[in-house]
Write a protein that binds this ligand. Sequence first.
Ligand code: EPS
Length: 347
Amino acid sequence: MLRFLTAGESHGEALVSILEGMPSGLKIDAGDINKDLKRRQEGYGRGARMQIESDQVKILSGLMKGETIGSPIAILIENKDFSMAELPAVKNPRPGHADMTGILKYGFKDARCVLERASARETAARVSIGAICKILLAEFNIDIFSRVLMIGGVKSEKLMKEKINEAAKSKNTLGGIFEVIIKGVPPGLGSYVHWDRRLDAAIGRALMSIPAVKAVEIGNAVECSAKPGSEVHDEIFYSKEKGIYRKTNNAGGVEGGISNGEDIITRGYMKPISTLMSGLNTIDIDTKKQVKASTERSDVCAVPAAGVVGEAVSSFVIARAFLEKFGGDSIAEVTRNYKGYIAGLKM
Ligand code: EPS
């Protein structure tokens, strides 16, 4: 089974990831991983930290002459800003952040112990894992994209930038919506037979695990919840040229917890970043007096970055489901299994 772990704090020495379960024989170009890391760092509304970091991977294990050998792939991303031990204690937990819940849960007197790991910096590690999954999926013509649909209630690029400028000026933050589109997924990934094998549930969980994502939509679920079934379900057609096909894709590529061969389309809804330079009401955790929340250097808006992270976590889920279905220890074996299944579908 494909699985991974990440470790590392936002201002610690480095982020570390281990990806286990990749078959042998897959060519990995670190440049492809670095491209996604760069995309994650960009986007209008990012803070000063992104000018400090230039995320690059060092692949420590799992490859021989640039090809996977089936052993765990260990990845290192160094932090340029690793000032963790010198940074001030954080006594005024930010509403909406993990500060307060983390303090209560782990028994800290300083939210820095929480925020260093709760920080969205960890998503750089997940983007590196997702980039390797994308390389696997590309072998089978599966492509993943993302785009920003809305920021702060507006939809055109010009208005989104204006909104971000306004928010920065008024010491505020913004959330929004990103969309992830996955093309080329064969029918048959995931299953209806048990809750934890449903592909839509796995995608939903992965997207919800991105910091600040508070809702996930698959296909046109929100709009469809107000419509009758006759206007929602994607009718099934067949032609010799196309095989089985649909004229609509309201389901977003998943029916009964199984991919149906259409594009998988999901949306992540991100709440505004919880570090507000204006400071919301909170308490001092020592004195319990009412104070303004701590302000840290932060981003005004990170929806474009979240879209890139959305691609990464979705790539992992699809790669895992793909290997579950077509499993093998080498790319050659996975390819044989995949081709045999696809040929069977056409009969
Ligand atoms: C983050 C706060 C900011 C963001 C950071 C997430 O970092 P800093 O406190 O160092 O300015 O830039 O995001 C990243 C570092 C990243 O790589 O995405 C937070 O508190 O979550």
